[in-house]
Design a protein around this ligand. Structure first.
Ligand SMILES: *Cc1c(COP(=O)(O)O)cnc(C)c1O
Length: 520
C-alpha cells in the first residue's frame, strides 16, 4: 500500500512558513536559472512534519529494536557521540584551518590514534581510510611496498581463506596482487595442511602475506592462529588481520601481540557510528614498527613537546568522561605554568600516500573518541565480553530449532542454516522475511558463502536478555510455522510497507525523486 504523497495532500496557496517582510531591494533572478514548471507541493507545517515522520517509520533502525545483521555490528549508537560530533567547535572547523587553529581537533585525533594502538597492540595508527575496505587497501599496499623496498617485488601472492569477507579478495586484486585461496577444515578453521603446502612449496618465494579475519566470518576464533601467523611469516610473508570483528576481541586480545603486522579497524562498527545505507565510515589502520614508515598520511604527531606540567593533566588515561571545562582562573593558571604539546600533521617517511581528501572522516573519529572515552578500559573489555556472551546465549538457544554447522563456542556472531531437513522449499530468505513480521531486522543472509542457506546472526552487547529472548521466541515460532504453514513464510513479509522486492533492480534503479510516477 502506497502512502499518500505530500503532493496529493497539498492545496494551492497553502503555506507552512511566515517569512519576515522583505527589507532589501527586489532584484530579478537570472532567467537562465529559472524554471517555469516546478511542481513544489503547497502544504502547511503539520503536513510536512507528518510526511517526514511517516517516511522515517518506513525504515527499520537500531533505535527501534534488535538489528542482528551479522558482520555489520549494528550496536546501539550512544547519543553522547552525536552530541560530541555536533559541538560547533568541531563540526564547523574548516578542514583547511591551519594547525595553530585546530589544536583541539589534532589533540583528539592523536589521542584516538594512541588509544587504538593500545587496544590492538600496534605501534602506529593512521586514521585516514574512509571505510574498512579502504583500510584493507592501505594495508595491502603497505605490504606490497615493504617487499618492493627489500628487493622482493616478486612476492605477489596474498593467501586468503575461503571464509574471508568479500572485500578481502577484492582488495588484493585492486592492490595489484593475486589471491591464493585456502580451504577451511570441518571445524571452520584455516586448513593447516593446505597452508603448509602453500608456504613450503614452489610458491614460497612469491608469498607476500595473508589476509585473515579474526574471528572469522563464521564467527569462530581461529584456534590455530599463532601457528598460522608463524607459518606465513616463516615463508617471508606479512600478516594482515581484518579487524572488522574487533567487537569480539577488544580489551581481551591484542592482534599486534599475536604477531600480526597490520590491521584495519571498523570504527563505524566496533566503536559505534550510525552506519548501513552507505553513510560515512572510518577504517583506521594499525601497524607494527616494520610497516610504520609506510602508513597512509597524514597522521597526527607531536611536533613540539610541551613541558611536564601540561602533560600531567591526566588526559591520557582512559578514565570515564570528565567535565573538560575549567573556569577562567584555571585556564590562566594553566597557561602560566604549562605549555601544551604542539600537534601537527606529518607524512610518514615512506608513506603509500593519501587515500582521502584532508584527514579522513573526522566526524567518525569524534564518535569513536567519545565512545572509548566514555567506556574507559574496563568498559571496552566489558563490551567485548557481553557481545560474546550474548552471541553464545542466542546460539545455544537457537541450536535447538536450527542447524548450527559449527557447533562450538563463537565470538560475537554465529552462523545457522536457514532451512529444515523435514520441510521442502523453505529458505533462509523466507525465514528472514518472516522475521520482519515479528518486528525484527533480519540477520545477514547467504553469507558466509561456504554455509548453505546461511543466517549470520550478531546480537551485539547492547541487547538485554529480555530482547534476546523475544528474538528466540520469534525464531522458534517461525520454525514451527515452517512445518505448519510454509506458505506463510514464502509470502512474507505481510506487515511491511512493501513486499518482496526485485533487490537487484531496487539497488540499481534507485528512485530518488520525491515525486515518483504512481501506478494509475
Ligand atoms: C564490514 C566488513 C568489512 C568492510 O568494511 P566497510 O567499512 O564496509 O568497507 C571488511 N571485513 C569484514 C569482516 C567486515 O565485516
Amino acid at each position: 500500500m502506497l502512502q499518500p504523497l505530500i503532493y496529493d495532500i497539498g492545496e494551492p496557496g497553502r503555506v507552512g512558513v511566515n517569512l519576515p517582510k522583505c527589507d532589501v531591494p527586489k532584484v530579478e533572478l537570472p532567467a537562465a536559472l529559472m524554471r517555469a514548471e516546478l511542481a513544489l507541493p503547497e502544504v502547511g507545517e503539520v503536513q510536512v512534519v507528518r510526511h517526514f515522520v511517516k517516511l522515517s517509520k518506513l525504515n527499520y533502525s537500531i533505535d527501534q529494536g534488535l538489528y542482528p545483521l551479522g558482520s555489520c555490528t549494528m550496536k546501539y549508537n550512544p547519543k553522547i557521540n552525536e552530541d560530541a560530533a555536533r559541538l560547533p567547535g568541531f563540526a564547523q572547523l574548516h578542514p583547511l584551518t591551519d594547525e595553530c587553529g585546530s589544536q583541539g581537533a589534532l589533540f583528539l585525533m592523536h589521542e584516538l590514534q594512541t588509544w587504538l594502538g593500545e587496544i590492538s597492540g600496534f605501534d602506529a595508527v593512521s586514521l585516514t581510510p574512509a571505510a574498512g575496505a579502504q583500510g584493507e587497501f592501505a594495508g595491502i599496499l603497505m605490504i606490497r611496498q615493504y617487499h618492493i623496498d627489500r628487493g622482493e617485488g616478486q612476492r605477489d601472492l596474498i593467501l586468503v581463506p575461503n571464509s574471508a569477507h568479500g572485500t578481502n579478495p577484492a582488495t588484493v586484486t585492486m592492490a595489484g596482487m593475486r589471491v591464493h585461496e585456502l580451504p577451511s577444515n570441518n571445524q571452520g578453521n584455516v586448513d593447516m595442511d593446505a597452508l603448509q603446502v602453500a608456504c613450503a612449496g614452489e610458491l614460497r618465494d612469491r608469498i607476500a602475506g595473508m589476509m585473515i579475519t579474526v574471528p572469522s566470518t563464521l564467527g569462530l576464533f581461529e584456534s590455530t592462529i599463532v601457528d598460522v601467523i608463524a607459518t606465513v611469516q616463516d615463508a617471508g610473508g606479512l600478516m594482515y588481520m581484518d579487524g572488522a570483528n574487533m567487537n569480539a576481541l577488544m580489551g581481551v586480545v591484542k592482534p599486534g601481540e599475536l604477531g600480526f603486522d597490520v590491521m584495519h579497524y571498523n570504527l563505524h562498527k566496533t566503536f559505534s557510528t550510525p552506519h548501513g545505507g552507505g553513510g560515512p565510515g572510518s577504517g583506521a589502520v594499525g601497524v607494527n614498527a616494520k610497516l610504520a614508515p609506510y602508513l597512509p598520511g597524514p597522521i597526527v604527531a607531536i611536533v613540539e613537546e610541551g613541558n611536564a606540567d601540561a602533560s600531567e593533566g591526566g588526559r591520557h588515561d582512559m578514565s570515564p568522561l570528565q567535565d573538560a571545562r575549567t573556569d577562567d582562573e584555571d585556564v590562566g593558571a594553566t597557561n602560566l605554568a604549562a605549555r601544551a604539546p604542539l600537534y601537527g600533521f606529518v607524512m610518514p617517511e615512506k608513506s603509500i600516500g593519501r587515500l582521502k581528501a584532508f584527514h579522513g572522516n573526522f566526524g567518525m573519529h569524534l564518535r569513536a573518541y567519545a565512545y572509548i572515552r566514555v567506556y574507559g578500559d574496563s568498559g571496552i573489555r566489558d563490551v567485548t565480553r557481553y557481545a560474546v556472551l550474548n552471541a553464545n546465549y542466542l546460539r545455544a538457544k537457537l541450536m535447538k530449532s536450527y542447524k548450527a554447522p559449527y557447533p562450538r563456542y563463537c565470538g560475537h556472531e554465529f552462523v545457522l542454516e536457514g532451512h529444515f531437513a523435514d520441510v521442502n522449499d523453505v529458505h533462509a530468505l523466507d525465514i528472514s522475511k518472516r522475521l520482519m513480521d515479528y518486528g525484527f531486522h533480519p540477520p545477514t543472509n547467504y553469507f558466509p558463502l561456504i554455509v548453505p542457506e546461511a543466517l549470520l546472526i550478531e546480537p551485539t552487547e547492547t541487547e538485554t536478555k529480555a530482547d534476546l529472548d523475544e528474538f528466540v521466541a520469534a525464531m522458534e515460532a517461525i520454525a514451527e510455522e515452517a512445518r505448519d504453514d510454509p506458505e506463510l513464510l514464502r509470502q512474507a513479509p505481510h506487515t511491511a510497507p512493501v513486499r518482496r522486492l526485485d533487490e537487484v533492480r531496487a539497488a540499481k534503479e534507485l528512485v530518488l525523486c520525491c515525486a515518483p510516477a504512481r501506478p494509475a
